[in-house]
Design a binder for this molecule. Sequence first.
Ligand SMILES: [Zn+2]
Length: 345
Amino acid sequence: MSDTATDRLQKQKLSEKEICPDDLLKGQEEAFARDVARLQQRLGEFVSEPCPACGADTGAPAFEKWRFHYTTCAGCGTIYMKPRPSPAVMQSYYSNSENYAYWGKYIFPASEAARKEKIHRPRHEKIVEMTQRFGAGRGLLLEVGPGFGTFCAVATEEKKFQRVVGIEPTPEMAQACRERGAEVIEKRIEDIADADGLTGADVLVAFEVIEHLYAPRKFVEQCARLLRPGGLLVLTCPNGQGFDIAELGAESLAVDPEHVNLFNPQSLSQLAASCGFEVKEATTPGRLDAEFVREAVLKGKHDVSKQPFLKRVLIDEWERLGWPFQQFLADHGLSAHLWIVARKK
Ligand SMILES: [Zn+2]
């Protein structure tokens, strides 16, 4: 690769630190630790479910983290928490989360401008490009789980879609969306009725939502209900077979008690196909795997001394090899960040 090409890639590279400023992380980690402790007190209410992607009920233990147990599905390779918090426990967890409150108060305001330009605007461009490539309309765009509403705000500003609506049941989040100029319906997706006027959507996006859900299949079915035939479903989530999860296991940041479903490109495709979608694309455009694993090594949390090849790439020749290695992962379905695009039949 030429120096110019390397420079160009380096400039595109998204640094973890811009997205989550270091000095705020300590408070966030403490808030999250209290959330986790609260969840541990309710372990007795956890319930066992079969694989959220393929429905098989056989698998092998993947790992244990903070007393939460994960299974790797023998059928499709999805890693999932088993047993998992019941819907009531999940509801209580999120509505009382100190971590989300801390995020909303400190981290989000400090990083919103960077997130808007580095994450949400490129995401929006990508969605628009997909509507062209896959021949979808640009009438109604729905976002499920818009959080603070940054993506909805970008999509509303850009006016590439006739109408943009966020579906957000949490009152504080819905209010944050409105403050950013986004139209919001304050309901859960399953409570949306025909009278809400949101059926027949051209595109439905849900960024980093499906890994949190108790019943992902029901969610994908609800998405299908809101889309019109030919409409596009775009989901993003961690890839349980991606590099940083494969390498770090339970130590990966993607493994936490909120992420009860760690799908992979094949298993999430299979789930969407079984809910009335034709899968157009499953890609892993992640940019942070190598950096995450390198950080774990540098902090002494992960040992690559017996893996000379990885030590060379991630430590000894990081400047030369780190980014091209990340590109290789991304280009071959091996990064831990997954995008799936599917068209409703
Ligand atoms: Zn499975």
